[in-house]
Design a protein around this ligand. Structure first.
Ligand SMILES: [Zn+2]
Length: 553
């Protein structure tokens, strides 16, 4: 469209200041206040001599999604009558937020009527264009239009993908290492036996105490193809994982990714990374709480329990020193009894022999505490003995539990406990009533003060004993109620180490939560499942060993 009427652009401009504010539209009251808009437009006009502000139109509290606004309507009337020939706004969104409607005004109505339109903060002025380049008038506006269009499309695509993610359907381009896409359903993963074996071996090596770096190096020395190379070969239908030559090698980071990927437990995890928005292609990491996790979507390569243990190991490793081939036996597990911080290793050479000690890191860094020095071999010896004892105890526990569970049903036992409790309750009330009566008898002179003291003392003792018995019965009842003695997976964990003859990283990580060293003689070992173990021990002790079905009532 020709814009000849803008040629003498700063002459006889009868301008309207158009102001609009709508909190509902998300406008911020302070920055977009009517007063602010007015001031900005007045300043703008003051700097342009040919431009005269003749009228102000304000729509305070009217949304920009339509043009049903009194101020705007009055302004259009004044345009038609020729009173004004220019509209000035703070920014495009003051005119409106409905881009289709705005397009009509900006592209058709205003140009047709020869109205100049200025949006100060958007740097938009329809007079600032060459007549030959009429399209550029609407460029900023078109951008907006495109913008909303892109946004719509992007939201649609995203929500479709999200829907798939929520259903646990795999939407990635390539299957995760260890799996391939099901040929019949590309949103499903099936186990790739070759790569799955490598994944299993990576988890096994980790549990044996190897660092991610060491695992990567070992895989490379075994000529196992790195995931990217393997993927490439699979794409070429080349079904051997082994290949010599100089290709992409395994890196510690890939090993770590595999060790941390829950997908191997059969859970589909997606949405861990996302584009910032449809404009910015940059990818950002999503917080774990925002991940979309759907369990049991495909066959697991790594059992959940093993996966969990490895996550514990990885946590401990972050405390260990970097760059080592293997993680030290006690890394991240041993704490100082004085300050609760880690213990660090120190090697001391004496008469050509090397001795390894652990000591408090706080003290090592000169920040107080004391050394809490202990030799590593001594600690190993103590922990091994304790662990062997614990393993024996828990293995024996299983036998004892079997025995107890022979007694037809704990419900029966529970019933007897509850009856006992009821009886104790009645007993307690009886003595309390007696106590009250005794007091009344003393008040009315039936018993003497001395007699009262004597009886009262014995009643109190009785009530005390009853309360103790009640507490014990309650404890037994809680034990019976809260304990699922049929399902104690940790017993198997301990039992699997029944023939333990030396300490290794794996047994420590699986069975021990922490070791606190106070001094050579005082070492506290916190076992995993500690509370559960205690509950079971308590449960067992609450059932006399010789108890049989007949005597259980
Ligand atoms: Zn310390």
């Amino acid at each position: 469209m020709a814009l000849f009427f803008y040629k003498e652009k700063n002459k006889d401009i009868r301008a309207a200041a158009y102001l609009r504010l709508s909190i509902e539209d998300g406008d911020k009251a302070e920055s977009n206040s009517i007063g602010n808009q007015r001031e900005l437009i007045r300043d703008f006009a003051a700097e342009r001599p040919g431009l005269h502000l003749v009228e102000e139109y304000a729509d305070d509290g009217y949304t920009g999604t339509n043009f049903e606004r009194p101020g705007f309507k009055r302004m259009m009337e004044d345009i038609k009558s020729g009173k004004i020939n220019c509209i000035i706004v703070k920014d495009l969104s003051r005119l409106g937020r409905n881009y289709i409607e705005m397009g009509k005004y900006l592209e058709q109505i205003f140009p047709m009527m020869g109205i100049r339109f200025i949006a100060i903060n958007d740097n938009y002025d329809n007079a600032n264009t060459e007549s030959s380049d009429s399209d550029s008038i609407v460029v900023p506006f078109k951008n907006l239009l495109n913008d909303s269009y892109c946004r719509d499309i992007s939201i649609k695509v995203r929500s479709q993908l999200d829907m798939k993610r929520r259903k646990g359907e795999f939407i990635g381009g390539y299957a995760i290492y260890g799996y391939c896409k099901d040929e019949r359903n590309k949103n499903r993963l099936v186990v790739d036996e070759y790569a799955a074996d490598i994944v299993r071996s990576i988890y096994r090596r980790k549990l044996e105490g190897m660092s991610a770096q060491a695992i990567a190096e070992q895989l490379n020395s075994e000529n196992v193809l790195a995931p990217s190379e393997y993927k490439r070969l699979c794409g070429l239908n080349y079904h051997s994982g082994f290949k010599a030559g100089t290709h992409a090698k395994w890196q510690a980071i890939q090993v770590l990714r595999i060790l941390k990927n829950e997908v191997y437990t059969g859970t589909m995890v997606q949405g861990r990374r996302q584009k910032i928005n449809y404009k910015i292609k940059k990818i950002r990491d999503v917080e774990e709480s925002g991940w979309i996790r759907v369990p049991n979507m495909h066959e697991a390569i790594i059992p959940q329990k093993l996966f969990d243990t490895v996550q514990e190991v990885l946590k401990l490793d972050t405390c260990a020193s970097k760059g080592q081939q293997t993680v030290n036996l006690f890394s991240g597990i041993v704490r100082c009894g004085g300050c609760g911080q880690n213990m660090v290793r120190r090697t001391v050479s004496k008469n050509g022999k090397k001795y390894i000690y652990l000591h408090c890191v706080t003290n090592h860094n000169g920040l107080g505490c004391s050394s809490h020095l202990i030799s590593e071999s001594k600690l190993e010896e103590v922990v091994l003995a304790a662990l062997q004892g614990k393993i024996q105890q828990i293995s024996g526990l299983e036998h004892r539990l079997d025995e107890i569970n022979e007694i037809p049903k704990n419900e029966r036992r529970l019933k007897s406990v509850e009856e006992h409790l009821k009886m104790l309750e009645q007993e307690e009330q009886k003595y309390q009533t007696l106590r009250r009566q005794l007091y009344e008898d003393m008040s009315s002179g039936i018993v003497s003060k001395e007699e009262y003291k004597e009886f009262s003392h014995s009643f109190n003792e009785k009530v005390e004993a009853i309360r103790k018995a009640k507490a014990e019965m309650n404890r037994q009842r809680d034990c019976l109620n809260n304990l699922d003695v049929e399902h104690l997976p940790w017993i198997e964990d301990f039992k699997s180490y029944q023939n333990l003859t030396s300490l290794n990283r794996r047994v420590l990580v699986e069975l021990v939560e922490s070791i606190t060293v106070y001094d050579k003689e005082h070492i506290h070992i916190q076992y995993r499942f500690d509370q559960e173990i205690r509950n079971v021990l308590e449960y067992c002790s609450s059932v006399p060993a010789e108890e049989t079905e007949e005597s259980a009532v």
